[in-house]
Write a protein that binds this ligand. Structure first.
Ligand code: FAD
Length: 323
């Protein structure tokens, strides 16, 4: 049965985030030939409607409101509940991002809907929608079947492939006015930390450093490798705790969960809590001077040796090959 599915877009730096494009593809599967409706919230966000259409949305609901300029739980929740009430969808999909993780349980509770969080795949089987999600820190996968009620899910970035961009596509745009009131939080200013330019959760290539890099300075060769590959720099908690880098780079059980195409673990021992955040990466390369390091158990390629010798050589070689 075809369904109407809302895909809630997330805007960052004036663009629709990649995970939102992936959510459109997931929405298409859930809709089963029905209508995929993109939802754009913000202030002056109309310019982004085309991205929704190019990647497969049939219609876009736009909500411009000064209270939606920066994310706050209250304002976004209020606005989205009004969209959901107006559109009455059978499915809702959004990214499993910091915003998605904050919003989705609140919306699900208000809608009295179940929530499938952190899905990495979606398919349909007759009248069932089946989501796959990792459990036990990525050591196993479970299938969640939804047969009735609102199909509500968040999807993990970098797992569901967005549709091929098609500039010839367009669709209907609907402007919706919403009432937003009694806000408990007001954002006065947003100050960005000066960290890497590539978003870790959506990066295709991640170069992570651990306590083995030994200092803040020790991250420099890793940043150079990341620059050559167009990747993002990540870290173990060991490196963050030691003060070598910012906690926003931490990958693992209590950090970010990532699934890039290529993950470098450099000077990282491979503690279970670190593996929880990266072991589902498609290809893992480990560089460690200890041949017994646990990280080699999950690595596809391993290099035993001193990272300060190996990483610069690797960077030079890749520079020659890629540029
Ligand atoms: P270490 O274990 O000290 O490993 C350093 C590695 O560098 C060693 O293997 C060593 O051989 C290698 N090395 C040293 N010098 C060189 C060199 N010159 N060249 C090459 N290799 C070298 N950890 C996370 O990462 N993410 C989490 O989210 C996280 N959450 C946690 C939650 C809880 C509740 C707890 C208890 C722990 C958590 N941890 C987490 C911490 C985790 O248990 C480990 O302590 C941490 O991952 C270790 O970081 P590391 O591998 O960088 O350091």
């Amino acid at each position: 049965m075809s369904k109407k599915v809302l895909v809630i877009g997330e805007v960052r730096d004036g663009e629709l985030r990649k995970v939102s494009l992936e959510a459109i593809a997931a929405g298409k599967v859930v809709a089963g030939g029905g209508e995929v409706v993109g939802v754009l919230l913000g202030e002056k966000v109309d310019v982004l409607v085309n991205s929704f259409f190019q990647y497969g949305a049939d219609r876009v609901v736009v909500i411009n409101h000064s209270a939606l300029k920066s994310y706050t739980t209250d304002a976004y929740q209020q606005a989205l509940l009004q969209v959901i009430k107006t559109e009455n969808p059978e499915g809702i999909i959004l990214g499993h991002t910091a915003i998605g993780k904050d919003l989705s349980p609140r919306l699900a509770m208000k809608l009295k809907a179940g929530l499938i969080s952190d899905a990495i795949a979606v398919e349909t089987n007759g009248d069932e929608t089946v989501f796959t999600r990792p459990i036990y820190s990525g050591k196993a996968f479970e299938k969640k079947k939804v047969k009735e009620g609102i199909i509500f899910a968040t999807i993990r970035p970098n797992n569901i492939t967005a549709l091929e961009r098609d500039d010839s596509r367009n669709g209907e745009i609907k402007q919706l006015s919403v009432e937003i009131q009694d806000l408990r939080t007001v954002i006065k200013d947003v100050v960005r930390k000066a960290v890497g330019t590539v978003d870790l959760s959506e990066a295709k290539i991640i170069i992570s450093g651990g306590r083995g890099v030994k200092s803040e300075e020790g991250f420099k060769p890793l940043q150079e490798l990341a620059d050559v590959l167009g990747g993002a720099v990540g870290a173990s908690r060991g490196a963050c705790d030691a003060g070598y880098c910012d906690y926003s780079l931490q990958i693992g059980q209590t950090g970010k969960v990532v699934t890039p195409d290529l993950y470098f673990a450099i000077g990282i021992s491979g503690a279970i809590q670190h593996l929880a955040g990266m072991s589902n990466s498609k290809v893992i390369v480990a560089i460690n001077k200890d041949p017994e390091a646990n990280i080699f158990k999950v690595a596809d390629y391993g290099i035993v040796g001193d990272l300060f010798q190996i990483v610069p050589i690797l960077t030079e070689e890749l520079k020659n090959v890629l540029h």
